[in-house]
Every structure is written in structure tokens, then in C-alpha cells.
Design a protein. Structure first.
Length: 245
């Protein structure tokens, strides 16, 4: 869930999973994004393209019903989506409106809870895996990230609670905290270009993060190779998060 273009982190994950033989179902929010997926689909192994806006409980349930009818089960689920109104990412966090706060937390954090609950009947007992995406702005102040930082903190807490509850049912839940990458979503964050440049200059690996690096770590978390790991936030940021300044 969350492939918007070939620059999406979700696309990096999809190509890594496809390379290792997975058949994928790609969920898109609206018809506006469907055209992008139709262009990308030929690069994958017989993918399913299904519409689902995670702000709608009915659409999430309908998606899982369609998957149950079509393939019968899920071995993994990737939740790679987030949203906050653009005006909530400019100015002061203290000026965030109640409505913008609610939208950001609903789409960026609660959606993982809803999707996990709806997908559970398709995943239970399969040693399945759920992976979501977060960012260092959940732990530290990232200029311009504002309410998204708060939403990502809620998302990470949800990962831990879901991991505790779903683990006995054979489902693992983890998050990847990726370094800044220019994507359709990140373009809404003011100053993202400067942020990526700063990251590449300061991170211990002295380079920007790319979607293929995130994709391969996600593949590890989605597969049985990580069968002993759940409730974790794995950093794929070239080591930037270890720095004090």
C-alpha cells in the first residue's frame, strides 16, 4: 500500500519482493494514481491492482474481501503511506489546527491499525509480516515535519502494541525508519532538498539513502529471515540517527 510512482519507497520494496518471487497486490488511493501503477505493473510478476483509500473503513474491508476471493491469503503487508494537509507542514507546529491534526493521525497512524485488523484473517497462522515506514522526525525535531513527526511517533507506538497482540497469532509487525528520500510525499515537506543534502554530507556512510536500500531491508523483514524480530524500528539512514549533532 502506497506505491505512487517509480520514486516511491513502496516501489523500492515492491521491486525487491518481486525479484525474490512474490506475487504482489498494489493498492492505490484514487484513479489519479492508478495510471502510474498501470505503467509500472509490467515490471512485476502478474500483479493485482486494487483501489483502496485507507481513510475509508469500507474500502479497507472491501480490499481484504477482494484479496480473500482472489488469492485467499497474505504472507506480508506493506503500509507505506502517510498524509498531512500541506498547511500543517508550514509555519509553527503550535498553530496546527484540530482538523489537520486529526487528518494526519488518521491517515498516517490509525490506518495501520485498521489495515492490520482487516488483514488478520488472511495472515493469521502463516508466520506473516507487516512492515510500515517511519522517519527520525518521530524522535527528534525535523524542521518542517511538524504534525507528521507526531503522527509517526503514534505509528511507532502502534507497531509495538500490534506486535504484542498479533505475535501469538503468527504475525510480526515492524517499522523501517528511512533517511530522507525525494518522493512525491516528501516533496510536501519544506526544505526537503536541503535536508537530503545535509544528510548525505553528515551521515556516517556519507551518502543519500535510495529506495533500493530500503527495499532490501524491507524484504528481510517481510521474509522468514527475520522470523525472530517484531516490534522494532529498523533504521536505514546510513547511520545518521546515531549522531548527536
Amino acid at each position: 500500500m502506497g506505491v505512487a510512482s517509480k520514486r516511491s519507497i513502496a516501489w523500492g520494496i515492491a521491486t525487491s519482493a518481486n525479484r525474490e518471487g512474490a506475487r504482489l497486490a498494489l493498492a492505490y488511493q484514487s484513479e489519479r494514481l492508478a495510471d502510474n501503477l498501470r505503467e509500472l505493473a509490467p515490471a512485476l510478476r502478474d500483479p493485482l491492482l486494487l483501489q483502496c483509500d485507507v481513510a475509508s473503513d469500507e474500502q479497507v474491508d472491501a480490499l481484504m474481501d477482494r484479496l480473500r476471493e482472489t488469492v485467499g491469503h497474505l504472507d506480508f503487508l506493506v503500509h507505506a503511506l502517510a498524509f498531512a494537509p500541506r498547511e500543517a507542514l508550514t509555519g509553527r507546529y503550535a498553530d496546527t489546527t484540530r482538523g489537520d491534526f486529526a487528518v494526519a493521525l488518521d491517515v498516517s497512524a490509525y490506518s495501520l491499525v485498521k489495515v492490520a485488523r482487516a488483514a488478520l484473517p488472511l495472515m493469521e497462522g502463516r508466520q506473516a509480516s507487516i512492515v510500515t515506514l517511519t522517519y527520525l522526525g518521530s524522535e527528534r525535531v525535523a524542521p518542517g515535519y511538524n504534525v507528521m513527526g507526531v503522527a509517526k511517533a503514534a505509528l511507532e507506538a502502534s507497531v509495538r502494541y500490534l506486535a504484542s497482540e498479533l505475535g501469538p497469532l503468527g504475525v510480526r509487525v515492524n517499522a523501517i525508519s528511512a533517511g530522507p528520500i525525494r518522493t512525491l510525499a516528501s516533496s510536501a515537506v519544506p526544505g526537503v532538498t536541503s535536508l537530503i543534502k545535509h544528510h548525505a554530507e553528515r551521515a556516517p556512510l556519507r551518502k543519500a539513502v535510495d529506495i533500493d536500500e530500503v527495499g532490501d531491508v524491507a524484504l528481510f523483514l517481510l521474509s522468514s529471515w527475520s522470523r525472530g524480530i517484531t516490534g522494532e524500528v529498523i533504521f536505514v539512514d546510513g547511520g545518521y540517527h546515531i549522531l548527536a549533532v
